[in-house]
Ligand binder design. Sequence first.
Ligand SMILES: [Zn+2]
Ligand SMILES: [Zn+2]
Length: 371
Amino acid sequence: MATRHLARWRWHLKTAVASTIAHAFDHGLSVLARSPQRPLVLGYHRVVEEFEASATGEMPSMLTSARMFERHLDWIGRHFQFVTLDEIGERIAAGRPFDRPSAAVTFDDGYRDVYEHAFPVLRRKGIPAGVFVVTDLVGQPFWQVHDRLYHLVAKAFARWHDPSRELIGVLRALEIPAGWLARSRSATRSPLLAVSSLLPQLPLADVRRVMDRLETEVGNGFHDIPRTLNWTELAEMRDAGIAIGSHTRSHVSLPAETPAEIAGQLEGSRRTLEQRLGQTITHFAYPGGQFTPAVVDAVARAGYRFAYTACPHGDPRHPALTIERLLLWQGSSVDASGRFSPAILNCQAHNLWPPARRCGRVHVEGQAAHG
Ligand SMILES: [Zn+2]
Ligand SMILES: [Zn+2]
């Protein structure tokens, strides 16, 4: 009960702060605001019919209801002009800034509910967009790595008496260095935080070993695997003006992988998309928004022209390969009662929302070398 009250108070505070900042912005008092030259690229994951129903079993931060998604679009559409990813990329590559506020919509991972619930809204409103898919999963009944890990960790946390100690024990039993996890106070505070801490640090092969071990300990249960887009749906979306791009072959955290694996993930996914869709693939999104200068170089070598991050950080050598995005979900822009808050979205869209400016992602060489 106490934490509930606390969460509510935080929310009230959040709304109050947002209104103050938005008010200041309206009166031109901010120097930090997004200039009209800087495009606003939104990033979503899943668009579902009902948030509450889906959020009981899925990672809430991946979900946006179709209704909330439409509210976001309507607000953005009143303040920004929607443009294609190609236009944004070409302008950034050429150093030709926009002369009015411009925005674009993107989706990561390639969930089928984007086709079911977001695509009809985008088509009805005539808004272009981009979808970045994990190519090994297209049309396949397999788990996205983050979803499977989340389900297993959530199950383990519900059963374990001391989740922090037990999770570190699982890593040590597999001879995966866990010192960084032991040193982090927040990493094991909730299943979501544990997943967000593990994924950027570990090569996919190690994540799979952790998942197998957890499955042996707690069982995999009977949870439905979220459906992915298939090639027919991707072609239909492409024909309707949606840019299809790569999100690697299997959603690896690129800074944690070897150079050979990085190249294979980037080149393999591009080749598959080009063969299946019969077009040149130029767009790429970094899984988890994790990138280092070496990763950006590899993306350039693999032939991509435009790549998208998940934060305001970039690589000054390659502005078109580190296009910043604002990630949104159901709870990102709501007031204390869970209702859409235009004041908060206003702050986020104009880069005035302090929480959105924080970033714990890997951007420095060696940062993912877990030790
Ligand atoms: Zn992703
Ligand atoms: Zn960052």
